[in-house]
Design a binder for this molecule. Structure first.
Ligand code: SF4
Length: 436
């Protein structure tokens, strides 16, 4: 890394946490670039002199990672390798006062909604005409599309509303424009993200408008896959499924975090839904969209979770056989309503319970993968690694889901779609031959 002597500033953005944060970093870099400031993401060449750390404050582990990253950057600054270290994002929003005192060498702290202030720091203007424009940090063929910010729910464990505020939907026309501009840049797949997808529209249109948005996005020419992340199960608008079934470019894929299955836990988590209601919903989803890939995320070790609750969750997984499952261990977050409860499960026990649940899921996942052997599936090529091509089907999202290992005699292009005949199945991945 060069020292402070760079003639022109070069900014490196380091992003921690989720895809929503990534989109914020992309918007920030788009604005900086439009102001003719040299900007890069996760710069490996280390030839920058300014760093912006976009932090995550979601759970303990994420906070620790963010703090360590800031400390590493401050060390580089102390050694004269950097001129400035700025910090933004969720951690900064949530703990700015404490952090300012603990890390006085950080040059400035910003909250999650303070993009214009960050730009001011660089003597750059906030260009409103660039609405939705950003410098993508993902491979050219896919991108995230954030359809709203914030969340109006009150799940007792969740600190997100403290950091991201109340739900604000982006208008449909704006999102369509953003999707069109992404397609022009070569994007073929977009992943719709929000803290709570199904609430979309209630604030600005006074009704749930996700189905209308989906139809509008499905009309965007060149958009081959549209994928839905983070649906809330209570009062789920079933019309979404009609659109999914009818529109070919909406992936038969739904990521719906359920968090738990025992009524005790659902109640304590303030999820506004019961186990039976979730069961009915899952059946409706599978009936309306046959073959849909259902992903969910769960929490283990919430205060008061008993062994019976864990058994009930395992039985629920056996019954509904989710295609994909992710697990978080409960993190006791101040200023959430669950913080008033006693965090009575040790971290070892939380981990053990998470493992037990994943063992149940591993078997289900293997069985589901085995069912795919012999099938021909459409696959998007994501990368080439160790001489093998790796891709995904419409049933797999980026980073969190399964991969397809593709054998091909022909050279394949990253971002292309190919047909693959599946020949082998593993716990979480599948393998096959490309067919012409
Ligand atoms: S719906 Fe999701 S983001 Fe909103 S409070 Fe609940 S867990 Fe948090």
């Amino acid at each position: 890394m060069k020292s402070k002597s760079l003639k022109k500033d070069k900014v490196n953005i380091i992003t921690l946490g989720c895809s929503k944060n990534l989109v914020d970093s992309e918007v920030l870099s788009g604005q900086l670039a439009a102001n003719e400031i040299d900007v890069v993401h996760e710069n490996k060449k280390l030839d920058h002199n300014i760093v912006v750390v976009n932090t995550c404050g979601f759970i303990d582990k994420a906070k620790e990672e963010s703090i360590n990253t800031i400390l590493d950057q401050l060390e580089l600054k102390r050694r004269g390798k950097l001129d400035k270290v700025y910090v933004t994002g969720c951690l900064s929003e949530r703990y700015r006062n404490d952090l300012e005192n603990e890390m006085p060498d950080v040059d400035a702290w910003f909250g999650t909604l303070e993009l214009p202030l960050i730009l001011k720091q660089f003597d750059a203007d906030y260009k409103t005409e660039l609405l939705g424009e950003r410098l993508l940090s993902t491979p050219k063929h896919y991108a995230y599309l954030k359809i709203s910010e914030g969340c109006n729910r009150t799940c007792s464990f969740c600190a997100i509303p403290l950091m991201r505020g109340q739900h604000v939907s982006k208008p449909i026309e704006e999102l369509v424009k953003e999707a069109e501009s992404l397609v022009q840049k070569g994007v073929k797949e977009i992943m719709l993200i929000a803290q709570e997808l199904t609430y979309y529209g209630l604030d600005i249109y006074k009704k749930r408008e996700l189905p209308k948005l989906l139809n509008a996005l499905a009309d965007v020419k060149g958009l081959e896959w549209i994928r839905l992340h983070y649906a809330y199960p209570s009062k789920f608008p079933l019309e979404i499924l009609d659109v999914m079934r009818k529109r070919e470019n909406i992936c038969k894929y739904l990521d719906m975090p359920l968090q738990h299955a025992s009524n005790n836990m659902l109640n304590a988590m303030k999820r506004n839904i019961t186990r039976d209601e979730m069961s009915v919903l899952i059946k409706q989803i599978r009936e309306k969209v046959p073959g849909i890939c259902l992903r969910t995320t769960l929490i283990t070790g919430f205060p008061g979770e008993t062994k019976d609750d864990v058994e009930e969750l395992k039985a629920f997984l056996q019954e509904h056989r989710f295609d994909r499952v992710g697990i978080f261990q409960y993190s006791h977050e101040e200023n959430t309503s669950a913080y008033d409860l006693v965090d009575n499960i040790s971290s070892e026990e939380k981990e053990l319970r998470a493992q037990e649940i994943m063992e149940v899921q591993q078997e289900i996942s293997l069985e589901k993968n085995q069912e795919k052997v012999g099938q021909i599936l459409k696959v998007i090529i994501d990368k080439k690694e160790a001489g093998r091509y790796l891709g995904r089907t419409e049933f797999d999202s980026v980073e969190v889901d399964n991969e397809v290992v593709i054998h091909s005699k022909k050279k394949l292009m990253i971002g292309d779609f190919v047909n693959v005949k599946i020949t082998k199945a593993y716990d979480y991945d599948i393998e096959g031959e490309m067919i012409e």
